[in-house]
Design a protein around this ligand. Sequence first.
Ligand code: CA
Length: 666
Amino acid sequence: MRTTLFLILHLALVSFAFAQVPSTWQIFSPNSRLQTTVQFQDGQLSYTISAYGKSILKKSALGIEFLETELNNWSTAVTSVRSFKEDWKAVWGANKNINNAYNELAVLLKNGSHNLHVQFRVFNDGVAFRYVLPAQPGLASINIRKEKSEFAFADNLKGWWQPKNFNTDEQVYRTGMVSDIRNANTPVTFQRDNNIYVSLHEAALTNYSQMTLDKYGDSTGLTFITDLVPWPDGIKVKLSNQMTTPWRTITITNNLDALVHSNLLVNLNEPSKIANPAWIKPGKYMGIWWQMHLGAKTWFEGDSHGATTPEMKRYIDFAAKNKFQAVLAEGWNKGWKERKDFSFTESYPDYDLPELAAYAHKQNVDLIVHNETSSDILNYEQQLDSAFALYSRLGIHHVKTGYVGQLKPAGLLRHGQYMVAHYRKVVETAARYQIMLDVHEPVMATGESRTYPNMMTREGVRGMEFEAWSTGLTATHNCTIPFTRMLAGPLDYNPGIFDLLYRNADSTKLRTIVLKKPQGIVRVHTTLAHQLALFIVLYSPLQMAPDLIENYEGQPAFNFLKNATTDWDESRLLAGAIGEYALMARRNGSRWFIGGITNESGRQLSIPLTFLKPGKTYTATIYRDDVTTTYANPYPIKIEKRKVKTGELLTVKLAGAGGVAVEITD
Ligand code: CA
């Protein structure tokens, strides 16, 4: 009651306008560097954004076209403003201490008895807006025909994007100008000169379909319009009597570190719904996985079955000895031979889940239970409770899900509203059973890990598996994803392959050959030092060392993965250029880990150790490309120890597709 009264009094104080008379409102970021101007004229709402004295988005229209036509016309707009500020601590993250501060402008559009709220929030590192349709008389269902939010760039910026795809984000990034982009999946990254970076994405995708971007038919070629992933009948979103859209986010920073470490997305999500998150822990894992991708083992039972009890025990022993927290087994459960009707509780006879769980837990290692749904959603949802209850009884806290193949029910798209709801249902169910999730073939992250911190990591990236059975990845790709895909949230890329040229693999079984895919050179397309560095550069609270035990055992370079953590107090991008190189430093307590990677061009990287505490001497263990290391000769790695102090500059030469990884201890 008090809230309602406050709202009425507040609204009475602010301006409103009738049609034909343009009304304009301005709102600034807390530090005044970003500015959004919102305008209402002739029933049309629009906005512009400027930052650091430059126009970023010119006049961009807003609106949603509903099947319910009474919601398509708005005659008046009234506004209210408020400011908000909080500090909160994340359960895990690249940085755990997070500041959330913004100024908000809420526009209330009215037409007779109908209301639509459009909320704008301006942060120091970006702008976000969303539409809220509250329950109102006579409104029994809501069907969205089209969301018409525009992003009209003022200038033809450089961009990095994946083409629009309603089913996958496992694509190669393209580079060009805004005017070259026909359509895109988000996040998509833009660069204005060398000092302003922009990323378009969304936050808090909860009960809606994913946003992609299309080009709007204006002559400049600089205007994007949202294109939502549809239902089979073409309707984009179906709701009952109220609607809260995801936030449309325009992250804007004046340096790459601030872009990569922006907390805009998590800040736009609700606080954690998990009251006691003590069971949620970052960690490293290994597992029975790469051998199937290489073709050496099978996912199903038989002579070459990968996931057997003795083999899993060997992996658990190796993980325990090397301070890894979890072990994954794929192909442990019934359904793999037929690739359908998977059971998530019944093991193959040669894999004893309860025994392995007990065996692992005795050594402080957890199992990661793999649930390959084969995209048969009803089959998975029917078993979800009983499966998670079983894992919970066995004390297991990790599940990796997968969604390969054609979606069932047929006609649905992986990034549509039905699947967004499904993924959310799995996260909520997992939270009830104290299970952390790693989702493959997911819908893109939108900051929901704040609300459900058991949503640890996900794929949604062209990752290591592509090196096993396709023309593979490139070092340029690896130098692009920290500035594009990683802006959405943690990514399960699976870096850390040591046998880069598959010297120890049976070449006749390699799936690239077996599947007769168009081949480049079948290999991992970087040096060994680059693989170590990716473990630090790419952020994931669950990070996999994916190679076989045989390829790690006795390798001095493995000490880096053994000592590395995935639990960070702070992270800093020390240097980088999108698609060219990235140099990342992350701190856990008093230890620092540094990863530097380069594209196909060799380069010298200078690592300024300004972040070390004064007056202390640290030991740096440096893993770098040797003088003989090249892309064609990727194995040699030079490991050296040095005493270092704050302010020193470590200078390291990287081979083409090379890297450097450093552990610094006090
Ligand atoms: Ca995949």
